[in-house]
Design a protein around this ligand. Structure first.
Ligand SMILES: Nc1ncnc2c1ncn2[C@@H]1O[C@H](COP(=O)(O)OP(=O)(O)OP(=O)(O)O)[C@@H](O)[C@H]1O
Length: 750
């Protein structure tokens, strides 16, 4: 015992030293930031932008140092050669550049997550440090190489509680706060292999509920930014999640790992300038997401390149020119051969037609016209209203919004563009002109934008100028970094990005989020089973290198148009070029609940992944039958109210969710309100509330201490995936309320 106390004391000293160093570095960044700010808004524009860039740099560094306060150091490796290495949230060096703390993402930290007694990888002992604030409150040791203990100078009497499980189980059993936390101290070996998998190519991570897919996806993003900083800092990393609520649920994880540069978005956010908040029937969303829509949009664009039935005669300066169908046909064919987007190819079409009309005009003059006069004639023709109308009718300049609005609001346009759809399907797509955009419209807008392009002459000139300026700025930033010695904080490219002397200085993430054509260095997709074919097409445009992490569970699909089979969805899109990893341990759901969920899912024919549960909790699955279905909502409200009181802990953690179909959910909310307990309403889920009422789709990806599931038969009737999702949200207990018989699998036959 005395020996453990002295071990604790020894570790406390080390941890104190690490926090001291952290405080020093914070102070240093604060001083540098203050000095830069003191310099005031004077000097040349170049000086000013350099100063702004440095101010942002120190602000970011400070934010990073502030964010790693909690559990700064959580591990220690004792190696065979006597070296002792501390593992933490970030790397810290002393003033002589000697390493004090190793970043968890560094190769030198890998053994902390991977070494086993069978493969100790040079590690004699792995120690978990348990901390509360800055205090070391506990230690846990895994001895990996008993024979080498003495060799490494470790006294066996100094070993603390010899299991590595404690830290993990403590993390898993903790009450939920409504926000996801990081798992950096307890990443398991199979998760670590996914996190550190190479950057290139598409990696699919399939795993049942609670296997840590989201956690792993986030830690992988942080790892990749660390291991490939120079590459990814410039191009950015995009993380796609299913809902805004989900993105809020995870939004503290990356900052707590010291990373703030990841762009997070739902598919509905991918088209800058469009807020897709409309809703529509599932069947319509499914149709809009299906691969056939790619050809519908393509055909809709081509239909706007049209040969007129009749010739149009136009008087220009006393002469007559004729817009002839055969000329239009030839000009269209020529412009199409260029294989460029509609609005860009239109420039060729118009130029060609004007040259033809000018030729007619010149013929009528009867003399040779010098080139400068011909240019004037062309300009006259171009600005003649009737000609402009005739050319527009043949090749209309279009916006993606205009094209899609026409399709949804003009049945003849949709019929012409979508002959492969039935009349009923086309009728389902119709909507009023002022209806808001829906999430399923977004990939279609993106598809249209890709086919339409912009009139890009000005854009291309701008891009050339930008590229030249960027190259000059990177070179300048390199010089600045050499002279200031700040090279370990930021790359020349990232610093140059912030030099931009016009407008506010934007981070890569901000610039990427505002630009539809931005291509990311890596894209992480969570709950990827929900993406439709059209959504995948839109997403893949943003990552031409196909460097992707795709995490999901094909048994949990609820989106219309999502997938139950990775190969069926991804093979056509990625030409079969993707690799798969599986996660097999459920860290969330108590074993008895997980087993019931699995039986129910299998009985419903879902493609369930094999998994084991990391822990069990007594009495985790309970049932309550009400005789009258009318009483369900009141009974659910009563149970939820009681359970919310039971799970609430002194620190304000502890969360309960009632999960029910939309109709039932509304009734439960009303019952709760009548009983004096108001719960948040609306589509955006309040993650801080101790008690929420959700539909299964809203609960996707989230977790709660206790879930009250209302009438599973009703949830199943809507979607088996939804029922599987709902059953696997709790970390402690699932309370099932039902009036109808329970679906097959709920009760253990054995
Ligand atoms: N190695 C670990 N250490 C501690 N906690 C972990 C670990 N792995 C996962 N967890 C915890 O398990 C819970 C489930 O993780 P996560 O939400 O990432 O699972 P998921 O596979 O995305 O689940 P779902 O498919 O149901 O959305 C989270 O609370 C997470 O913090």
């Amino acid at each position: 015992m005395a020996s453990i106390d002295s071990e604790l004391k020894g570790e406390q000293q080390v941890v104190d030293g690490l926090y001291r160093r952290l405080d020093e570095l914070r102070e240093q960044s604060r001083r540098r930031l203050a000095a830069v700010r003191r310099a005031g808004p004077s000097g040349s524009p170049q000086n000013r932008s350099e100063r702004d860039a440095f101010a942002t740099l120190y602000e970011d560094r400070l934010a990073q140092l502030e964010s790693v306060e909690d559990r700064l150091a959580f591990g220690r490796l004792d190696l065979r050669d006597g070296e002792c290495r501390y593992i933490g949230r970030i790397g810290l060096n002393d003033e002589e550049q000697t390493s004090l703390l190793t970043d968890w993402r560094a190769p030198a930290a890998q053994a902390f997550y991977r070494a086993t007694a069978a493969h100790p990888d040079g590690v004699v002992r792995r120690r978990h440090l348990v901390t509360a604030g800055r205090r070391v409150t506990g230690l846990e040791d895994d001895v990996l190489d008993l024979d080498a203990l003495a060799e490494a100078g470790i006294d066996p009497a100094s070993l603390a509680g010899a299991s590595g499980e404690g830290a993990l189980l403590a993390a898993l059993g903790a009450a939920r706060t409504g926000r996801m936390g990081d798992i950096v101290a307890t990443i398991q070996a199979e998760q670590d292999a996914v996190i550190r998998s190479p950057l290139t190519g598409a990696l699919v991570v399939q795993g049942g509920p609670g296997t840590g897919k989201t956690a792993v996806a986030l830690h992988r993003a942080a790892y990749l930014l660390y291991a490939h900083r120079r590459l990814l800092e410039r191009s950015g990393v995009l993380m796609v999640g299913p809902t805004r609520t989900f993105l809020r649920y995870i939004d503290q994880v990356l900052p707590s790992l010291g990373e703030t540069g990841v762009v997070t978005a739902t598919i509905a956010d991918l088209y800058p300038g469009v807020e897709a908040r409309g809703t529509e029937p599932a069947e319509v969303a499914r149709l809009k997401g299906s691969a056939v829509m790619a050809s519908v949009v393509r055909r809709a664009v081509r239909q706007r390149q049209r040969v007129p039935q009749r010739a149009t005669r136009v008087r220009v300066d006393g002469r007559t020119v004729v817009v002839r169908p055969q000329d239009v046909a030839a000009a269209i064919a020529r412009a199409r051969r260029q294989n460029r987007p509609h609005n860009q190819a239109r420039v060729t079409f118009v130029r060609d037609m004007l040259a033809r009309l000018a030729e007619q005009y010149v013929q009528q003059l009867g003399w040779d016209v010098p080139p400068e006069d011909r240019a004037e004639i062309i300009e006259d023709l171009r600005t003649t209203r009737e000609i402009r109308i005739a050319l527009n009718l043949a090749w209309m300049p279009l916006t993606p919004q205009g094209l899609l609005t026409d399709l949804w609001t003009k049945p003849h346009r949709l019929e012409a563009a979508a002959p492969q759809l039935s009349a009923d399907e086309r009728a389902a797509l119709a909507r009023p002109a002022d209806a808001p955009w829906t999430p399923a419209d977004v990939p279609l807008l993106d598809e249209a934008a890709e086919l339409l392009g912009e009139d890009d002459q000005a854009a291309r000139a701008q891009a050339r100028a930008d590229a030249e300026r960027q190259a000059a700025e990177v070179e300048y930033a390199r010089q600045v970094l050499r002279s200031t010695g700040a090279g370990d904080l930021v790359s020349a490219e990232a610093l140059a990005g912030r030099f931009a002397s016009t407008g506010p200085s934007l981070t890569t993430a901000e610039r990427a989020a505002a630009d539809r054509t931005w291509t990311y260095g890596h894209v992480v997709v969570d709950e990827a089973q929900e993406l439709s074919s059209m959504a995948w097409r839109a997403l893949l445009r943003r990552v031409p290198t196909r460097s992707l992490t795709i995490v999901g569970d094909v048994a949990q699909t609820s989106a219309p148009g999502g997938t139950h089979d990775w190969a069926a969805m991804l093979d056509p899109l990625l030409r079969g070029s993707w690799r798969m990893a599986e996660l097999t341990v459920n860290y969330r759901t108590p074993a008895v609940v997980a087993a019931a969920a699995r039986r129910v899912a299998l009985a419903a024919g879902l493609p369930v992944s094999p998994q084991t549960s990391a822990r069990d909790v007594p009495d985790a699955l309970t049932f309550e039958r009400v005789t009258d279905a009318e009483q369900l909502a009141t009974a659910a409200a009563r149970a939820a109210d009681r359970l919310a009181v039971e799970v609430a802990d002194a620190a304000g953690a502890g969360r309960v969710a009632v999960v029910a179909t939309a109709d039932q959910a509304a009734q439960v909310r009303a019952a709760l309100a009548a009983a004096g307990r108001a719960v948040p309403v609306g589509d955006v889920v309040d993650l801080q509330a101790p008690l929420v009422v959700l539909t299964p789709a809203q609960s996707k990806g989230l977790e709660f201490d206790v879930v009250v599931l209302v009438e599973p038969a009703q949830v199943l009737a809507a979607s088996a995936g939804d029922l599987y999702v709902a059953m696997t949200r709790p970390t402690h207990a699932l309370h099932v309320l039902h009036a109808r018989d329970l679906p097959e699998g709920f009760v253990d036959p054995s």
